[in-house]
Design a protein around this ligand. Structure first.
Ligand code: 5AD
Ligand code: SF4
Length: 467
């Protein structure tokens, strides 16, 4: 059964195809494009859709952004510095545009979807020809057509929570693919702007996901990464209790060599999911499980719906069911009111778990979120000392944690030549950790068996075990 309200209609998609054709036929259309991407995997995949639509409209990639006729910035707004960086780079292009008046500058993504941002862009950044949000990505052909026809700036943000299937996609790699399973987030963690800019949580139909996965397999893809803000809660609105574990089971049966997913929320990590992972053939033994803080008082203020003890219990259960599982996390320091003792509880948790990697952030207030209204901001000077301590501890623990791989075998999907040597290649192992081994360009896109022999700067080094 299709949940019509959520889906962009076939009629609308056909309208967009007609606009794409009109742009393609327009002799004044841009010839070349350049896409600049900030932020998470969701954005990286949206950029693949943008690229697909631009190619569909007849454009070719430019080598450098300053040479392109059409430059689009796909922005992020999760922290203030992400936003500052994007706006700074867009403004830099304003100077280039003075010498190339036909250049079209577009901005899209999460930042544009922020309340008030579209008006700000329209009033203050007149050199931006086109701006649209995350909800109306599929309408790029219509907007570009309007810019070309009228010569006016188009700034358009919509708030509908939709799923647009069948947008042309140009994937960046042929061996690896992102596959979105759900959009948006309903969790409203008090610091996070995502629910406001990516909308309510909505899951794609299982059949649509499985069809895309089968097509990817047939095209030779060796690894897929399932994407969603909170993949564990996949299935809201889908009849018959078909949730994330059921979806994983179906995908595992397709025979794609490697399947990963991100991101997960600890509160939704069920025993059923762990059991499905443990019993699967192709779901990789890796879990990104953001904890954010080790203090129960802070977790509550963050609206995370779990305690430190519950988190540690999930980690224990994961490690029991999938020995050696790769574990990574996200951590925030300097949340409003965070005391030294509460920060130390985060340090303790990091010491106790021994993550294979962690993304560490200084809390950044985002307008419109609950936390932005909370009292007792932590001074920047204190937050930066805390984050340095946390990074130092994590590096130390990471070195210890990664020792467990030495002497084991790991299969890697080769991503490219190693940065350090032209006779070595690197790729990600099944546990999510980078491994460098001897190899050449011909190995890119291949799965290699390696024996892990050492550890250098958080990268495992190995010997090939396939020859
Ligand atoms: N400040 C700092 N870090 C944040 N994150 C999300 N919102 C904020 C914020 N306002 C971090 C969280 C999340 C990751 C994607 O970004 O750790 O898991
Ligand atoms: Fe943001 Fe929390 Fe949703 Fe993650 S789960 S996107 S941190 S609101």
């Amino acid at each position: 059964m299709k949940r019509e309200a959520v889906f962009v209609s076939e009629e609308e998609l056909n309208r967009q195809r007609a606009f794409a054709e009109a742009v393609r036929e327009n002799p004044d259309r841009p010839e070349s494009y350049y896409v600049v991407t900030y932020g998470c995997q969701m954005n990286a995949h949206d950029s693949e859709k943008i690229t697909g639509m631009l190619e569909d409209m007849g454009m070719k990639p430019a080598e450098k952004r300053e040479d392109a006729d059409f430059v689009i910035f796909n922005t992020c707004c999760i922290r203030e510095n992400a936003e500052r960086k994007a706006l700074g780079n867009v403004t830099w292009l304003k100077e280039v545009k003075k010498t190339r008046p036909k250049m079209i500058i577009a901005v899209c993504g999460c930042m544009v979807q922020e309340p008030g941002m579209a008006q700000r862009i329209f009033r203050k950044y007149g050199f931006i020809n086109l701006a649209f949000g995350t909800a109306n990505l599929h309408k790029l052909p219509e907007y570009l057509h309007r810019v070309l026809e009228t010569g006016l700036n188009v700034v358009q943000v919509e708030n509908q929570d939709v799923i647009a299937e069948e947008i042309p996609v140009r994937r960046l790699r042929y061996d690896f693919a992102y596959l979105t399973i759900m959009y948006g987030c309903d969790n409203f963690c008090s610091y996070c702007i995502v629910p406001y800019v990516r909308g309510r949580e909505r899951s794609r139909e299982p059949e649509a996901i499985l069809r895309e996965a089968r097509e990817l397999k047939e095209s030779g893809v060796r690894e897929i990464m399932l994407l969603g803000q909170n993949v564990n809660s996949y299935g809201k609105g889908i009849p018959g209790g078909f949730g994330f574990p059921e979806l994983l089971k179906e995908l595992d049966g397709l025979g794609i060599p490697r399947i990963r997913f991100m991101t997960s929320h600890p509160k939704d990590l069920s025993d059923r999911l762990i059991d499905v992972m443990a019993g699967s053939a192709h779901i990789l033994p890796q879990f990104h499980l953001p904890v954010q803080s080790g203090s129960n008082a802070i977790l509550e203020k963050m609206n995370r719906h779990y305690t430190r003890e519950q988190y540690l219990e999930r980690v224990r259960r994961l490690r029991e069911a999938i020995p050696g599982i790769g574990l990574s996390t996200d951590l925030i320091v300097g949340f409003p009111g965070e005391t030294e003792a509460q920060f130390e509880e985060t340090m303790d948790l990091v010491r106790e778990v021994g993550f294979d990697s962690a993304f560490t952030f200084i809390y950044s207030p985002r307008v419109g979120t609950k936390a932005a209204e909370m009292p007792d901001p932590v001074p920047e000077a204190i937050s930066s000392v805390r984050i340095q301590k946390l990074i130092a501890l994590q590096e130390e623990r990471q070195q210890e944690a990664l020792q467990r791989f030495i002497g084991t075998e790991e299969e890697i999907l080769v991503e490219g030549l190693s940065k350090r040597s032209s006779r070595a290649v690197s790729g990600r192992g099944t546990h999510g950790i980078s491994v460098t081994v001897d190899g050449t360009e011909a190995d890119i896109g291949e799965i290699l068996k390696c024996r892990i022999t050492g550890l250098k700067n958080n990268t495992l080094t190995g010997e090939r075990a396939d020859q």
